[in-house]
Design a protein around this ligand. Structure first.
Ligand code: PDD
Length: 286
């Protein structure tokens, strides 16, 4: 059952209402997180909380809760929802100001929204490689902050969809940044390569988790810039996000990547990923 927590009240998500003067509504003035829930537990919880703290700090909102308080709140949300496999969505906005003013209001309480909604566990059989198109990354210069204003990401994604693709790979100054809602990896001659953290891309938790998995399995991995030419010449391409885990790209700009089915390195990473999820379950049972 989907459940929402809004500023201290538990409700069905469709019942939850915010003020028209909420700065999240008026200005997109807020940050968010999307966290995967497997077997009733938040996966990579500490990493998500760390990124949340950083996002809040970057947009100068004092965290409304401590990490322990967040954890208690999430546990209650999961318990109330009763879902085994789900997404936890968290949004914190600057709060409600009496008038529309670009200047930050003083002394307002941030708005806190948490929802838990069911999502089926990803099965390898349901993973169909994406057909992607490259597009100029015209988003703002702080893609590292997970802000709720996603207008450019939405425009780029929908341009790609309208053109018959699944999503867009974004290029800034000749270099790959990420996709509209995921990070990007390529494989060339057995080496996994992903763009380094910068202000132009989100520091994805799934990206970080995959880097850790690859490093502990001694798979060669480089965090460095990827040019448009290297992208076109890659042996494998995959994207990563909470929703996609590691997801293969079969085609870019009409060119088939590898055999178009997702390559052997992607398969190894996916296997490691699935094992790391199951390990969370066994650790919790201890
Ligand atoms: N998307 N890059 C962008 C622009 C994203 O919006 C996301 C996440 C990622 C991957 O981050 P993570 O691995 O932490 O999920 C990269 C979320 C899930 C969304 O907006 O729904």
């Amino acid at each position: 059952m989907a459940i929402a927590y809004l500023n201290g009240e538990w409700q069905a998500p469709e019942e939850a209402k915010i003020s028209i003067f909420d700065r999240g509504f008026m200005f997109g003035d807020g940050v968010y997180e999307v966290m995967p829930i497997y077997w009733q537990q938040v996966f990579t919880l500490d990493e998500h909380l760390m990124r949340l703290r950083r996002s809040l700090d970057e947009i100068r909102i004092t965290p409304p809760f401590s990490d322990d308080e967040w954890k208690k709140l999430f546990a209650e949300a999961i318990e109330r929802s009763g879902e085994e496999t789900a997404f936890l969505y968290l949004q914190v906005t600057r709060g409600i100001a009496a008038t529309r003013d670009h200047a930050y209001p003083v002394g307002v309480k941030p708005t806190v929204l948490v929802t838990v909604t069911a999502a089926p566990m990803l099965e390898r059989e349901s993973v169909v490689p994406y057909r992607m198109v490259t597009k100029a990354d015209f988003r703002w210069g702080r893609g590292d902050i997970k802000v709720v204003s996603l207008i450019a990401n939405g425009l780029l994604k929908n341009e790609a969809l309208d053109e018959g693709f699944d999503d867009a790979i974004l290029i800034r100054d000749g270099l790959v940044t990420e996709s509209t809602l995921s990070n990007l990896f390529i494989v060339k001659d057995g080496i996994i390569i992903t763009p380094p953290e910068s202000r132009y891309l989100l520091h994805g938790i799934t990206r970080e988790h995959i880097i850790g998995l690859a490093r502990s399995a001694n798979l060669p991995l480089e965090e460095r810039s990827i040019s448009e030419e290297e992208l076109a010449d890659a042996d494998e391409i995959w994207i990563s996000s909470t929703e996609h885990e590691a997801w293969p790209v079969g085609e870019v700009n009409g060119k088939i990547i590898g055999n178009g089915e997702g390559g052997v390195v992607w398969q190894s990473i996916d296997t490691l990923f699935q094992e790391s999820k199951k390990k969370m379950l066994t650790d919790a049972e201890r």
